[in-house]
Design a protein around this ligand. Structure first.
Ligand SMILES: [Zn+2]
Length: 406
């Protein structure tokens, strides 16, 4: 399923090809997020034009709306949303626990806060309760009560029919105690075994359906011994076709945590870093040996008028763009930059026109996909380190952009 085609000396970075029933993915690759079977504000055709190789949807959202049986009857996730290429679904574990505990941005939580296993976001009700068998949670849509177990997650992901699916895991936070992390890690290990068993049962029951590749998910928060143990335990489970690296990760420690995990995992299987998409994180993670990434950030920030460029991120709604009759980024090959000016998009945001979000999302998704595509070339030609230094000087060294406002 995965073939390594190039390596970067002195690092764990590699380029490769993932093969699925619906096509190949050249890695490293950024996989845009189509949460509810759509990249918000952009047509699937536009995503293909801007170079997306695959899309990732969320099992939790599609379970609640429209329901996995509707997606199944439509011919599966790809056909439902008119995306002929490879698709991923996550397990729902992240959403049931992060939305359920009232945290939307688990990765950004402050680890300096006193540790507690009962912590929830301020002013929120705890909506998710974990036990050894699964998770009870309240829908963020209508408050109805649901239960996910490893078996339920596999059944949902089988009906959604994505090419790459993930084992159900428990998301912990950086605020959980060490004792809780140990207990949770063991729970996620046992759940991984149950996911494999259920996946095999469903495959045997439906031999004519397209094959789906199951990825295990490595947890362990900020603890080196736990991350390594999880990678060894799941890495030894031959049935996994690849691995996700999930859970709470402090930004400053991303490369370190990926390195621990990568050094324990089998070399010949792809590694997907869940929920990571900022430029510096992508560089560090590729260098540490991660192969694919997904993140809602390029589209989420686009809808608030923030755009990425090689000179840094800026806010198109600020007055600086009012009379800027030039593209968002001069050398960008995206549809937006080939056809529209900053001044026009600035106007659309001020006029609250929906197409503003569409044009910005196209640019941001293209920026992120192209950046990771370039990294693939730089691994192959050996210039990764120099290009990374150049990029960081341009993106983070630029004083003229309003990153503070972005
Ligand atoms: Zn552009």
């Amino acid at each position: 399923m995965f073939e390594i085609t190039a390596r970067l000396d002195g690092t764990a970075a590699r380029a490769g090809v993932i093969t699925t029933e619906r096509g190949q993915i050249q890695t490293p690759a950024f996989i845009p997020v189509a949460t509810q079977a759509t990249v918000r504000a952009v047509l699937p055709e536009a995503m293909a034009d801007l170079g997306a190789q695959a899309l990732l949807s969320n099992a939790y959202h599609l379970y609640l709306q429209p329901g996995p049986e509707i997606v199944d009857d439509a011919g599966g996730l790809g056909r439902f949303m008119n995306w002929p290429g490879p698709t991923f679904t996550d397990s729902g574990g992240f959403q049931v626990l992060s939305l359920g505990a009232g945290f939307k941005k688990t990765l950004a939580m402050d680890p300096g806060v006193v540790q507690s296993d009962e912590v929830i976001a301020p002013g929120k009700e705890r909506l998710a309760h974990v036990d050894d068998d699964g998770v009870n949670f309240k829908s963020h849509r209508d408050g109805s009560i649901h239960r996910f177990t490893p078996e339920v997650s596999m059944q949902i992901q089988h009906r959604l029919g994505a090419d790459i699916i993930f084992a159900f895991d428990e998301l912990t936070t950086l605020m959980n105690s060490r004792e809780y992390q140990e207990m949770s890690l063991e729970r996620t290990r046992l759940w991984a075994l149950r996911c494999i068993a259920e996946h095999q049962r469903l495959e045997a029951q439906n031999p004519d359906r397209p094959r789906q590749s199951l990825f295990g998910v490595i947890q362990g928060a900020q603890y080196e011994d736990l991350r390594r143990k999880a990678a060894r335990d799941l890495g030894a489970m031959d049935y996994f076709a690849g691995f996700g690296i999930g859970g709470a990760i402090e930004k400053q420690r991303l490369a370190e945590i990926v390195s621990w995990v990568v050094s324990e995992l089998p070399e010949n299987k792809p590694r997907h870093l869940l929920g990571i998409g900022e430029p510096d994180d992508l560089f560090h993670a590729v260098e540490a040996g991660a192969d694919t990434f997904d993140c809602v950030n390029p589209s989420r920030v686009a809808r608030t008028s923030r755009v990425y460029t090689r000179a840094g991120r800026y806010n198109l709604a600020s007055a600086a763009s009012r009379r800027a009759f030039e593209p968002i980024e001069p050398n960008c090959d995206c549809y937006t930059c080939r056809n529209y000016t900053r001044a026009y998009i600035h106007h659309l945001f001020k006029a609250k026109e929906m197409v503003a979000s569409t044009l910005c999302t196209i640019h941001n998704e293209r920026f992120t996909i192209k950046l990771v595509d370039d990294m693939r070339d730089w691994i192959a030609d050996g210039t990764f380190r120099e290009r990374k230094a150049e990029f960081f000087a341009g993106y983070y060294g630029a004083a003229s952009n309003d990153r503070s406002a972005g």
